[in-house]
Design a protein around this ligand. Structure first.
Ligand code: COI
Length: 353
């Protein structure tokens, strides 16, 4: 694909890599390309980061015709830059776009766009521990119409943000509120897509949890309000009596790339991993019986995040004395070791830029 380049008149000052937070800063450039029925995806360009103009009728403003992705570029100790499984993000965006009737971006185009933008912005990949360059590809409908129907034109863009830990707690345990009033998704809906609408519908519960002193919510299924699904920005796994249990991908849970990687690693390490429905009652009983040994979330932004406390209808469960579990730590060290190029990658998941 031909990618045009427009040079910025002035480059930004880079932020202090110790104080990045998550999503506060953006780099100098972004990737943009457009789609219409006549030309398909066209006009690929890397241009200075800037605002977009939107017609007030833009279908995305009214009906949420939007999908996005999240992946990271990592700086190795010897200064190289690695991406982690970008093809998996491309495929997931194709699936999300299919569900929301957005034009699909072919895998090679998606990966080339990511690689070329990160290459231009290589000096923005931070080198402090726990830092990386977060890559946010977004696709949205650009048709200007008030009628409800699939958009006939789209934009795909990628922005970059140097980041530290997603949670203010860093890689320490977080407290999770089990949400039994609001629901995130139902089978047949868009729960398995990475689309803005899912998150728009989630922030009410997030706000409620934060007011109660919790970092995020644990969603239960939308039909029975019983089976554990996922946490606000991550998939979830529990070590119960030696086995790892995680909710299955039945259509209402996001198919996380970190989730998939961790399941593979655990099975290779000889752990039994059960992808099955897990009732909140079974989970709370396992905690009461002393069988809930560890819990953690998995996600690109959150990486591996230990869960130290659950609150379900006022019953509090502290997991592993609110300390990071042994397996959680081992998984964190191994996965981030691969991502930051500190240990060999036997899976071929990383690729150098
Ligand atoms: C990610 O983990 O990349 C996410 O997209 C989660 C989130 C920040 C919405």
């Amino acid at each position: 694909m031909e990618i045009k380049f427009q040079k910025a008149a002035k480059l930004k000052e880079k932020p202090d890599a110790h104080e990045l937070g998550f999503g506060k800063y953006v780099t100098d450039y972004m990737f943009v390309m457009d789609y219409d029925k006549e030309d398909g995806w066209h006009d690929a360009r890397i241009v200075p980061y800037d605002e977009f103009m939107l017609d007030p009728r833009c279908v995305t403003l009214h009906y949420g015709s939007e999908t996005f992705e999240g992946l990271k570029a990592y700086r190795t100790e010897d200064g190289r830059i690695l991406l982690f499984r970008p093809e998996a993000n491309a495929v997931r965006m194709q699936n999300s776009n299919d569900r929301l009737c957005l034009a699909k971006i072919p895998t090679d185009m998606f990966v080339e766009a990511v690689r070329e933008l990160v290459k231009v912005e290589k000096d923005w990949v931070p080198d402090q521990p726990e830092t990386s360059l977060y890559i946010r590809p977004v696709c949205y409908g650009t048709e200007n119409t008030i009628g409800v129907h699939p958009s006939d034109s789209f934009r795909f863009f990628i922005i970059l943000s140097p980041v530290g830990c997603y949670y203010p707690e860093g890689v320490n345990p977080v407290k999770i509120f089990v949400e039994d009033e609001y629901v995130r998704a139902v089978i047949g809906g868009t729960g398995a897509c990475k689309c803005g609408g899912n998150y728009a519908a989630s922030v009410k519960a997030q706000e409620k949890a934060e007011k109660l002193g919790y970092t995020q919510v644990l969603w239960l299924d939308g039909v029975h309000r019983e089976y554990v699904e996922e946490v606000g920005t991550m998939n979830v796994m529990f070590k119960i009596d030696g086995k790892v249990v995680t909710p299955p991908l039945e259509g209402s849970v996001l198919p996380g790339i970190t989730r998939d990687s961790i399941i593979r690693i655990l099975r290779d390490w000889g752990y039994e991993v059960e992808e099955r429905r897990l009732s909140i009652h079974e989970l709370m009983q396992a905690a009461r019986d002393g069988k809930l040994e560890e819990a953690w979330g998995t996600g690109t932004a959150a990486v591996i995040s230990p869960i130290g406390e659950l609150n379900y209808k006022g019953e509090l469960t502290t997991i592993n004395d609110f300390k990071t579990g042994e397996l959680t730590q081992k998984l964190y060290d191994y996965l981030t070791g691969i991502q930051w190029g500190k240990i060999a990658d036997p899976y071929g998941w990383t690729q150098e830029i």
